[in-house]
Design a protein around this ligand. Structure first.
Ligand SMILES: C[C@H](CCC[C@@H](C)[C@H]1CC[C@H]2[C@@H]3[C@H](O)C[C@@H]4C[C@H](O)CC[C@]4(C)[C@H]3C[C@H](O)[C@]12C)C(=O)SCCNC(=O)CCNC(=O)[C@H](O)C(C)(C)COP(=O)(O)OP(=O)(O)OC[C@H]1O[C@@H](n2cnc3c(N)ncnc32)[C@H](O)[C@@H]1OP(=O)(O)O
Length: 382
């Protein structure tokens, strides 16, 4: 796999850093998640392929253990508020001095500088600060955050993984590590570059929800079908729009022109009435195999069984029978081989990882009895 041999220490976080760690793990990195001690269960729902070491970083001995892990690793990924790592004596200056090849990835909302750097926040705040949230939502309604997809995952976890891969690539030439300052505000904004850079095309001149790609246009929207399900329509280009009109059984000559914005409300009402006459499956039978750009809106539990996705193996089933997306993209020679085994219990791998990183057994026992580290091998076997 592409990242085979890369060792990552991931400090347990909420959502973006776990996703970043899972991407690295899916593509072959060895990811060791450092959990707090005295927690009953991991909140990491993206722990695929990871190992868990439970370590109390509030103790000086715990800090020494982490330093030793980082000394023999390629990447450390930290998701805390600015200054937390420095307060623990685990800041980048400290760790890079000991291991100049270390890639020190800092995944935060607002980045390591600026007046918000130390403020708490979540996806919705970062998305708001990126400028993008102002563009999301239906006409005459307030801005609407599309789950926590954009800042946490696209602009956060994924962008940070890109930074890590870039830094690894650069290190193969220079031999040197570096610090990655991954701000979710900036990551989200960057993902949204098209919105900034396409403003000159007039794509976003109208109020929110009234432009071509923000549900303003009737040919770029969702419609309810007679069985209460939905279809998505993305028939932008005239040749595809023609096929949409044909599939709907409408007469193009009796409709206003596609790009007549003032007629969009009337056209939307026509589409709405027609789509409501057949079930989602009936519309799929009509539109599958055409270029009308009409697809069913699939719920998560149906996405994996859709023929197209099934043919490509786009979703996988793990040992617990849980279905989730397979890693993307697909590399032809060195594709990801995601682990299908269950997620680790907190502290399940403490002892084995410490042994592997050169701690002698007596020292491990001493740290265990002092509560600096925790080992939950038995819990894992239950
Ligand atoms: C929208 C998403 C968030 C979705 C997450 C949800 C899935 C979960 C959010 C709340 C959870 C529920 C809740 O916890 C209650 C229940 C708990 C129960 O156990 C389970 C069920 C729950 C219902 C639970 C269920 C789910 O988990 C939730 C619903 C996001 O947007 S995520 C993005 C968030 N932003 C960032 O990541 C940006 C960077 N980080 C930050 O800005 C801050 O970390 C953040 C997120 C604002 C949190 O701030 P906080 O003050 O809590 O922490 P920090 O200032 O960063 O400091 C960390 C402290 O922890 C110490 N520490 C770290 N590791 C260790 C260790 N191994 N040992 C000892 N101590 C450790 C560290 O030293 C810091 O200590 P100090 O404060 O003393 O410096």
């Amino acid at each position: 796999m592409a990242l085979a041999g890369v060792r990552v220490i991931e400090l347990a976080g909420l959502a973006p850093a776990p996703f970043c760690g899972m991407i690295l793990s899916d593509f072959g990195a060895r990811v060791i998640r450092v959990d707090r001690t005295k927690v009953s269960m991991a909140m990491d729902s993206q722990a695929r392929g990871k190992q868990s070491v439970a370590l109390n970083l509030k103790s000086p001995q715990g800090v020494s253990v982490l330093k030793k892990l980082c000394l023999q690793s390629d990447v450390v990924l930290e998701p805390y508020r600015k200054g937390v790592m420095e307060k623990l004596g685990l800041g980048p200056e400290e760790l890079l001095k000991e291991n100049p090849r270390l890639i020190y990835a800092r995944l935060t909302g607002y980045g390591q500088s600026g007046s918000y750097a130390k403020a708490a926040g979540h996806d919705i705040n970062y998305l708001a600060m990126s400028g993008l949230l102002s563009m999301l939502g239906r006409s005459s309604e307030k801005p609407y955050a599309p789950l926590n997809l954009v800042a946490d995952f696209a602009g956060g976890g994924l962008m940070c993984a890109l930074g890590i891969v870039l830094a690894l690539l650069e290190r193969s030439k220079s031999g040197r590590g570096q610090i990655i300052d991954a701000s979710m505000v900036e990551g989200a904004a960057y993902v949204g570059s098209f919105m900034w850079k396409s403003r000159s095309l007039g794509l976003w001149n109208r109020p929110r929800g009234e432009n071509m790609l923000d549900s303003g246009a009737p040919f770029y929207d969702t419609y309810q079908t007679s069985d209460g399900k939905h279809v998505a329509v993305g028939a932008i280009e005239p040749q595809f729009y023609d096929q949409l009109i044909r599939g709907l059984g409408l007469d193009a000559a009796s409709l206003p022109p596609q790009m007549s914005i003032s007629d969009w409300p009337e056209l939307r009402q026509t589409f709405h009435l027609v789509f409501a006459q057949k079930t989602q499956a009936e519309w799929s039978r009509i539109f599958d195999g055409t270029d009308a750009c009409v697809t069913p809106v699939l719920p998560l539990d149906e996405a994996g069984s859709h023929p197209h996705n099934r043919e490509r193996g786009s979703f996988l089933k793990d040992a617990q029978g849980e279905i989730s997306p397979r890693p993307a993209p697909v590399l032809s020679r060195t594709p990801a081989q995601p682990c299908l085994f269950r997620d680790p219990v907190v502290g399940e791998n403490t002892r084995s990882v410490m042994e592997e990183y050169g701690f002698d057994p007596a020292h491990i026992e001493q740290l265990l009895s002092a509560g600096v580290v925790e080992c939950n091998e038995t819990k894992a076997r239950l």
